[in-house]
Design a protein around this ligand. Structure first.
Ligand code: KIV
Ligand code: ZN
Length: 498
């Protein structure tokens, strides 16, 4: 059997059904373009009959991307199929995804029908869809709770009618991995014409088993997986693309291949999370904020000695720059030394012991120890004063009816230079002026402002992360004036560039 597993992304259809996650057409096009870069084989772009917006999105996505097949969902209803075919008219490769419920619940209570009639309706829908497109996928809704013998009968009939892909959805997320795997195996072994179509998994995560079920489907013969970015989807969501792809990639012995460029995973996850206003849980596998963060001393020490001691995935493989080390009271000397090194300080021997002791005292009082705390420990105040690049003065004009403008004076080894610039806001204006002064190509990667407590008269802390010639540099400052703190932090990061 061929080991290529096709990736069918339904973020824009099943994922988008989540309340509050709706996207407009422009946003959908942006996601679709990123999915194309990611290398998915099929994009399910919408359910065209459901609304003019969905119809339009399928049309526009068909125009905007060319490599993936564009798929449109329908019920087993003629009008749905006609509208889907119309929406797909610009697709280079279009697929109609039609289907009907096959479980006793759906047949009796949802469709008020019987088994024979459902087979007839399924066959009729596939035949009708074939009039418009060659590629027709059939879904047996609630296949997870359907009787395997009956399911095999439906599948055989729709393949005979021309279906090219057969989707076996565990619509309610009910199955156990063994059960779902056996369902796929049953179809492989009992549907005489099964070799004329590709079997597809489509698992929901109600019992937290969507990824396991999907992989059980693949190991038993399915060769398409229906997934969403970040596992988005109704209720507990759908199978997450990143989990399935990375599970297959990490287990080389399984020998499956996909067309996914895994380095695009994090970028895609962030885009979908931002546009759909759905934060990713911190401990989410592969794409969560903590997926590559180590906080216990033993783990940190192990990772610094050899990443593979505690990581099965190289963060770079999914587009994450490096593992992060979160300093807490459980961190060891090696982690502290490493972080100080990143911040530009070198400590060895008894000096390291001393600073480690001070660090432990501080970490006992605070939950996480931040860079500025370390800088303070490492005598950064003196360092700051000695630094060759310093902010001498800053003047900002800003308001609701004026173009934000900043004049920045910076001293370089004692010589003061001044620059004025405008920008989208006062900080942008000031940063633009700084960039003109330092004459270095720096790219701002992260910019974080935090109030130390809650009062408006409080100190604001600013962290920045900049990139210069492939290296990352961190800057920090704290000031009651948040714009001054931002410029100081920016200069702090620039001053660390060798
Ligand atoms: O979960 C499901 O059954 C579906 C079908 C409409 C494919 O999303
Ligand atoms: Zn679904």
């Amino acid at each position: 059997m061929d080991n290529k597993v096709y990736i069918f992304d339904t973020t824009l259809r099943d994922g988008e059904q989540v309340p509050g996650c709706q996207l407009n057409t422009i946003e959908k096009i942006e996601v679709a373009r990123q999915l194309e870069k990611l290398g998915v084989d099929v994009i399910e772009a919408g359910f065209p009959i459901s609304s003019p917006g969905d119809f339009n999105s399928v049309v526009e996505i068909s125009k905007a991307v060319s490599n993936p097949t564009i798929c449109a969902l329908t019920r087993a209803v003629k009008k749905d199929i006609e509208v889907a075919a119309d929406a797909l008219k610009f697709a280079k490769r279009g697929r109609i995804h039609t289907g009907i419920g096959t479980s006793p619940y759906h047949i009796k209570y949802k469709l008020n029908s019987n088994e024979d009639e459902i087979v007839e309706r399924a066959v009729a829908a596939v035949k009708y869809a074939k009039r418009f497109v060659e590629d027709v996928e059939f879904y047996a809704e609630d296949a997870g709770r359907s009787d395997n013998e009956y399911l095999a009968r439906v599948v055989e009939a729709v393949i005979a009618a021309g279906a090219t892909v057969i989707n076996i959805p565990d619509t309610t997320g009910y199955c156990l991995p063994k059960e779902y795997g056996e369902k796929i195996a049953y179809l492989v072994n009992n549907v005489p014409n099964v070799d004329k179509a590709i079997l597809s998994t489509h698992c929901h995560n109600d019992l937290g088993m969507a990824t396991a079920n999907t992989l059980a489907g693949v190991t038993n013969g399915a060769r398409q997986v229906e997934v969403t970015i970040n596992g988005l989807g109704e209720r507990a969501g759908n199978t997450s693309l990143e989990e399935v792809v990375m599970a297959m990639k990490s287990h080389h012995d399984l020998n499956y291949n996909t067309g996914i460029d895994t380095k695009q995973i994090m970028k895609t996850s962030k885009l979908v999370s931002t546009l759909m206003r759905m934060p990713v849980q911190a401990n989410k596998a592969i794409v969560g904020r903590n997926a590559f963060a180590h906080s216990s001393g033993i783990h940190q020490d192990g990772v610094l000695k050899n990443r593979e001691n505690y990581e099965i995935i190289d963060p770079a493989d999914v587009g994450v720059k490096e593992s992060s080390i979160v300093l807490t009271a459980r961190s060891g000397r090696a982690a502290l030394k490493h972080r100080l090194h990143v911040l530009g300080y070198e400590f060895e021997g008894t000096e390291l012991d001393d600073i480690y002791q001070q660090f432990l005292d501080l970490a006992d009082k605070k939950k996480d120890v931040a860079d500025e705390d370390l800088e303070a420990l490492a005598g950064s105040e003196k360092e700051k004063q000695d630094r060759s690049i310093k902010l001498e003065s800053l003047q900002v004009i800003s308001g609701s009816s004026t173009i934000p403008t900043a004049t920045v004076a910076v001293s370089f080894n004692g010589d003061v230079f001044t620059e004025t610039a405008s920008g989208n806001g006062p900080i942008d204006a000031a940063f633009t002026a700084v960039k003109a002064l330092v004459k270095r190509k720096v790219h701002l990667e992260e910019f974080l402002i935090q109030a130390i407590t809650r009062g408006s008269d409080d100190l604001g802390k600013v962290h920045v992360q900049v990139e210069h010639k492939g290296h990352t540099y961190y800057g920090f400052s704290a000031n009651v004036d948040i714009i001054t703190a931002s410029v100081e932090a920016f200069l702090d990061s620039i001053s660390k560039i060798g």
